[in-house]
Ligand binder design. Structure first.
Ligand SMILES: [Zn+2]
Length: 212
């Protein structure tokens, strides 16, 4: 019965893939099967652990063209649902981490206001729904110039001191910290330091994409 109504509504109100804009069919949701295949083909096989974090995991290779398109949609295309869907996809293919909560990287209030949403928060909501883990929005960020326009050495200086805790953490808690993209790792490490100082015993970093 579901597929009858799905097919009926698709004819009246066609749904399109958020990435390539082709028409979705029946069981497809948010992304078409071609784009889903592209996601799976862009998975990274080698990881580069960062100092300060208990582990680091990046899912997709940012240099793969489809991934750049996805990330552009997620960050600048007013498509927060895409981040949610990518979170669901990641969680469906990975074991839940042994942590007490998932923590999204924050945006500054100004960036949040301009964009209208925090892509990392939507990503984490997709993960949390699949894994049945709580989401702790405990980090806050000062407004700084966009890192994409900075030289690599300036990113570390910019990330240092940019984050703080909005509320106290249970002592000894274990956290998985999520951001959309890893570049130098300065941002993840700066956030992890704040979480450790706040009482976390483990901070595991993870991102949707890696651009090194
Ligand atoms: Zn597509």
């Amino acid at each position: 019965m579901y597929f009858f109504w799905r097919s009926f509504w698709d004819k009246i109100w066609p749904r399109v893939c958020y990435s390539c804009a082709c028409e979705l069919v029946l069981a497809e949701s948010t992304l078409c099967s071609t784009c889903l295949d592209e996601v799976h083909a862009a998975q990274l096989s080698v990881q580069h652990p960062l100092p300060l974090l208990d582990s680091t995991e990046c899912w997709l290779d940012f240099d793969a063209k489809p991934v750049q398109r996805f990330m552009h949609q997620v960050k600048f295309g007013q498509r927060p649902e895409m981040a949610f869907r990518l979170g669901q996809l990641y969680a469906a293919t990975h074991e839940p981490p042994h942590v007490d909560a998932l923590v999204p990287a924050p945006l500054s209030w100004r960036r949040h206001w301009v964009r209208g949403y925090n892509q990392s928060e939507w990503l984490v909501r997709g993960l949390a729904q699949e894994w049945q883990l709580p989401v702790w929005r405990v980090l806050r960020k000062k407004h700084r110039p966009p890192q994409a326009k900075m030289k690599l050495e300036d990113r570390s200086k910019s990330a240092h001191g940019a984050y703080w805790l909005a509320q106290s953490l249970p002592p000894g808690c274990r956290l998985q910290l999520w951001d959309d993209t890893l570049t130098t790792g300065a941002t993840l490490q700066a956030m992890a330091v704040v979480l450790y100082r706040g009482g976390a015993s483990e901070v595991h970093g993870a991102t949707l994409a890696r651009a090194l």
